[in-house]
Design a protein around this ligand. Sequence first.
Ligand SMILES: CC(C)(COP(=O)(O)OP(=O)(O)OC[C@H]1O[C@@H](n2cnc3c(N)ncnc32)[C@H](O)[C@@H]1OP(=O)(O)O)[C@@H](O)C(=O)NCCC(=O)NCCS
Length: 172
Amino acid sequence: MPENTAKAKGKPVRLSQVEMTELVLPPDTNNLGTAFGGKVAQWIDMCAGIAAVRHCRTTVVTASMDDLHFLTPIHQGEIVTLQASVNRAFRTSMEIGVRIDAENPLTGERRHCTSAHLTFVALDAKGDKLPVPPVIPETKAEKRRYEEAALRRQERLGRRKREQAHFAKYGE
Ligand SMILES: CC(C)(COP(=O)(O)OP(=O)(O)OC[C@H]1O[C@@H](n2cnc3c(N)ncnc32)[C@H](O)[C@@H]1OP(=O)(O)O)[C@@H](O)C(=O)NCCC(=O)NCCS
């Protein structure tokens, strides 16, 4: 299907999915020789951003990244795989889910380290917000993530509203 047709009707998740692989090198680590959280967050943002651009084919910016919990350390020399999918599109924003796995290069053993949910907003060349095409979930997992994304959005926007009210009241 040509991109323009896909854009109008919506796009299947598979057309914007991203898989990125990184090797944890010494500059990516902390004093314990495990991956620096900020570096992993950068990879997550990059991987999610590419999926978002592939989905809407416009400039996108990160509006937010939900809580990020590192379940297990990632060691220097390990291979990190990031897989991103657009879970759902709303009006001008999209939720992207990213799964992060670490792999021992010598044994091939893989473990799930963390997952992240990010919101990206589509912008035109002047920086004005643009509507994004709908997401078409096809598989069982994609349909589940599509439904769950609506619940996460409610929580996220509720939190944003509370933070805005706090900022307006206390200015910090
Ligand atoms: C993200 C940004 C474009 C939103 O602009 P805004 O004028 O506040 O936008 P609105 O309130 O109209 O929201 C636009 C959309 O973004 C969503 N959104 C805005 N802030 C959000 C947040 N913190 N979390 C989740 N979604 C958010 C809104 O729900 C809305 O979605 P919808 O159109 O699909 O319903 C703007 O705040 C911005 O430019 N932020 C800086 C982005 C940036 O520099 N990112 C890199 C960080 S280093």
